[in-house]
Design a protein around this ligand. Structure first.
Ligand SMILES: C[S@@+](CC[C@H](N)C(=O)[O-])C[C@H]1O[C@@H](n2cnc3c(N)ncnc32)[C@H](O)[C@@H]1O
Length: 244
């Protein structure tokens, strides 16, 4: 796995963050060093999907990136059902295609190019038994988030599940600064320099837009989900479970 040095000290200040070929090539290293308890959260996502998914229904991973979650599910879910990944970055999909083939899952996993910002109310999610938005909703334009969550809800089978893992803001505004400091300390422990942390923060400004924990929960409920709760929290990172 190539090491992420995209924001290292020797490079000039860049523009807005995008999931381009340079990022795709180091993405697995980047996310493991940028999301606290990434592997444990991946394990929990599989555990949750295993509980709510019914054989014969399909699983959709929106913002599937390099295919990590789809691959984990492909090895864990027994019984019929397609695993469909959407992403709007061709470079990420290319990495995912390679990884899925290496894992021998090409006939179970389908990778589609799709933009969640474009007409989310028409996104094809037929036969959905589980839908995942893992560190992706935060990149969807706020104006489109309601329509996307409504589409997911309306497409899911009764008893189906939406799993959302996100970077969030605290419900208590006074704690936001401290949570962010704890997060930067985690990134420093992951081997990023102060300059790398600062440059990445600047590049993500206006690209990654986190909601407050309660704002997210209210949005899931407002768009139809009856049972909504969080199943994971590490300072400003939360996993939400929404059952239809
Ligand atoms: C942080 S990564 C997701 C990580 C992945 N879900 C995982 O579990 O490792 C965010 C992904 O969402 C994709 N993405 C961002 N905005 C998108 C949009 N509007 N439509 C589709 N995909 C999008 C990016 O290309 C990227 O692959």
């Amino acid at each position: 796995m190539s090491r992420d040095d995209i924001f290292d000290d020797s490079r000039p200040r860049g523009s807005d963050f995008t999931f381009n070929a340079e990022v795709a090539a180091v993405f697995d290293n980047m996310i493991a060093r940028s999301v606290p308890f990434y592997q444990e959260q991946q394990r929990m996502i599989v555990e949750v999907v295993k509980r709510y998914w019914r054989p014969g229904t399909d699983v959709y991973d929106l913002g599937c990136a390099t295919g990590t979650t789809l691959i984990n599910l492909g090895h864990a879910l027994e019984g019929p059902g397609r695993l469909v990944g959407y992403d709007n970055s061709e470079a990420m999909l290319q990495q995912a295609r390679g990884a899925v083939a290496t894992e021998g899952l090409a006939n179970r996993v389908e990778l589609r190019h799709g933009d969640l910002d474009q007409h989310p109310e028409e996104l094809a999610l037929d036969g959905a038994g589980a839908v995942l938005l893992c560190w992706t909703l935060q990149f969807v334009r706020p104006l489109q988030r309601e329509a996307l969550i409504r589409r997911v809800h309306d497409s899911l089978a009764d008893g189906g599940v939406l799993v959302v893992t996100e970077k969030v803001l605290s419900n208590a505004r006074a704690l936001d600064r401290d949570f962010i400091d704890f997060y930067y300390a985690f990134k420093a422990r992951s081997g990023y320099t102060k300059t790398e942390i600062h440059k990445k923060r600047e590049a993500l400004e206006n690209v990654l837009v986190p909601y407050r924990i309660d704002e997210n929960k209210k949005m899931f409920r407002r768009n139809g989900f009856g049972a909504v709760d969080s199943f994971f929290q590490w300072f400003n990172f939360v996993g939400f479970l929404c059952v239809k």
